[in-house]
Design a protein around this ligand. Structure first.
Ligand SMILES: [Zn+2]
Length: 408
């Protein structure tokens, strides 16, 4: 998987600089089998799925701003045309989308733009239930302030003030827990034998956990994603830092090649994995960026700074304490896969200043646990157990009045 897309990424960078992209439309026609549009808070993603890889060419026009994408398919009346009605009024970048036949075998998609964008086009190879995908991401030219954008879109800008009374006079500030639903969008994560997708389970449990945290006095939760869209691992880390999170909890559902592997696990970050299985799992989770598709070369440079290698000693110590508290609570409701907190090099745990854990709620690859993960009562139990662990951690390590571990 590692070689995926590198060649065209290099080509893409050069072509983007010239604001003109020319692919070749020489290959045989590919039939489009699905189209999707995701207006996410950071970018809008348009996906064309096909059985064979789609060839394309793209160029931009100014005054008014338009983006033109030519696809080597005859599908102008079908699934691509459906996109026209699926552009959300609230989409931050696309005013309207028009589809027509440009010439035989070539369908032209024109995006009338509301704002200047940085477009990225890339191809994804088939995985799980997805076929070949051609992905068009529209990023803002000027990235929005991540904190303001995140709070606005989560409807939380007003929330902290109105909840201050509930928090009581002894709590100076709300403890912020960032809850990260693993995977999403084009990255389905692991898959159970009955077809359950990890990305759906993680979102359901994350939403339950957020509701429980928000109901606690003095605490609030922020989700990294609240819908089915793809979010790069670094962006998740950056969001936690942007809201000055006190804690970061990433929710996953494990998979392993042996179907009888079972139980809950809690991980913290370490370059030295506690076992070969932990190293294997970290690699699976870190591959998310290859599966979900993101071109880091042209992302904002400040996102890369997140990965700057600061001393993580204090953070790691707190991550261990949090992980221990959550693990013992999980032990009350499920078999534990390992009796100790495990460690591995998960990219999503790399905020240098936010204690971070990754919870593998259960093995989605184990048919019995897959059934439990689908059960609402069990999802609720899982969320409550994680909350109990967080509260146990805060009881011994109260949120610092000046904010989280201040390494900013
Ligand atoms: Zn996962």
């Amino acid at each position: 998987m590692a070689e995926r897309g590198h060649a065209w990424r290099r080509g893409l960078a050069g072509a983007l600089a010239a604001a003109l992209l020319l692919g070749s439309i020489a290959a045989a026609h590919a039939q489009v089998i699905a189209t999707r549009i995701w207006p996410a808070r950071d970018y809008t993603r348009v996906t064309f799925e096909s059985r064979k890889a789609l060839d394309y060419s793209m160029f931009e026009l100014k005054d008014p701003g338009r983006l033109v994408l030519d696809l080597n398919t005859d599908d102008a009346d079908g699934l691509i045309a459906e996109l026209q009605s699926r552009v959300a009024a609230a989409d931050p970048y696309i005013e309207t989308l028009r589809v027509g036949t440009n010439r035989p075998g070539v369908t032209r998609v024109v995006l009338d733009l509301k704002a200047q964008v940085r477009p990225q086009v890339f191809a994804l190879k088939p995985i799980a239930e997805y076929g070949h995908r051609l992905v068009l991401d529209l990023y803002p030219l000027v990235p929005p302030d991540p904190l303001v954008a995140l709070l606005e879109l989560n409807g939380q800008l007003a929330a902290p003030a109105s909840r201050k009374g509930a928090a009581g006079p002894s709590v100076a500030r709300l403890a912020t827990v960032v809850v990260d639903a693993g995977h999403g969008g084009e990255d389905p994560g692991a898959r159970g034998r009955r077809g359950t997708r990890e990305k759906d389970i993680t979102l359901l449990i994350a939403k339950r956990l957020k509701a429980l945290i928000d109901a606690e006095p003095g605490m609030r939760a922020v989700l990294t994603r609240d819908g089915d869209f793809y979010l790069p691992l670094q962006a998740r880390v950056e969001k936690a830092r942007a809201v000055k999170a006190d804690l970061f909890v990433s929710v996953h559902a494990d998979a392993f090649t042996r179907p009888h592997a079972r139980g809950s696990s809690v991980f913290t970050l370490s370059q030295r994995p506690t076992s070969a299985a932990a190293a294997w799992l970290a690699k699976q989770e870190n591959d998310s960026d290859l599966i979900g598709g993101v071109n880091l070369d042209t992302r904002d440079p400040y996102l890369k700074q997140v990965l700057v290698d600061l001393s993580q000693t204090a953070t790691n110590d707190h991550s261990q304490k949090l992980a221990g508290a959550v693990l013992s609570e999980l032990g009350q409701i499920n078999t534990l896969h390992k009796a100790q907190v495990e460690r591995a090099g998960f990219a999503v745990l790399k905020a240098p200043d936010v204690p971070s854990i990754l919870v593998e709620t259960a093995f989605i690859s184990n048919p019995q646990e897959e059934r439990r993960l689908q059960d609402e009562a069990y999802q609720d139990k899982m969320a409550r157990a994680i909350l109990s662990g967080i509260k146990r951690y805060f009881a011994k390590n109260p949120p610092r009045p000046q904010g989280p571990l201040a390494l900013y």
